[in-house]
Ligand binder design. Sequence first.
Ligand SMILES: O=C(O)CCC(=O)C(=O)O
Ligand SMILES: [Fe+2]
Length: 275
Amino acid sequence: MTQTVTPELRQWIIEQARAGFSPEAVLKAMMDVGWEESVATEALEQTLEQYVAGLAPVPMPRPDLSGSPRAIDVGDRVVDVLVAMRQPELVVFGNLLSDDECEALIEAARPRMTRSLTVQTATGGEELNPDRTSHGMFFRRGETDVVARVEARIARLLRWPVDHGEGLQVLHYRPGAEYKPHYDYFDPKEPGTAHIVRRGGQRVATLVMYLNNPLRGGGTTFPDVGLEVAPQRGHAVFFAYERPHPATRTLHGGAPVIEGEKWVATKWLRQREFA
Ligand SMILES: O=C(O)CCC(=O)C(=O)O
Ligand SMILES: [Fe+2]
């Protein structure tokens, strides 16, 4: 006797998937009530494929690169698109910040710099990290006029609300200082992550803005793809990670500064409002 796959069965399969059951578990449940393995497998594959294809894409911060623009007008400035990459999803921008804005950010940050800490996903606290020998500070969102202006510009460029962003972080590297390769998302396997993402959800994208010109060294490296972005005042590198997984190839680091010093401002974007 041939078995037919009804709309009710397809609906049931979708409900099981949405409840978090693995395809293997659903297959076993179907076979337990008498479905032939080949029919059940086919029904599962077809139904889930159609279901996933019909899902709305997850909204993400990203610039509008449709039509391959050479530059993007964000209202108060025309930002150059210098490099765009798919894997990792990455864009290098030129002319995002004016020299005056870079200077103002450095001067407002300078008196508040302390040795950089990293969020410790094991506990949800913060720790001194030997892989990170820069000094840093955080601005509150909108803390100064320049901060507010830059944040509003980023929101228009990346089409992501200001309130979904963390406060701007400023980092200062002296010769020899570096930030070893790391991911910016919070590792889902670490016990502290659940607590961290309660506020604003995961990090889904990063914008590193260069505030000065180191003489040598200090690029932002992406070891998985052998890419190094030169730190050039007013430029920025954007990269996005739709899920917190190494497959996004967003492993990156701040290469050691060889000569001169390096100042950057980092904006991390969250899934939801970061209150
Ligand atoms: O300094 C850099 O180039 C990278 C900074 C960075 O990775 C970060 O702030 O998360
Ligand atoms: Fe980073």
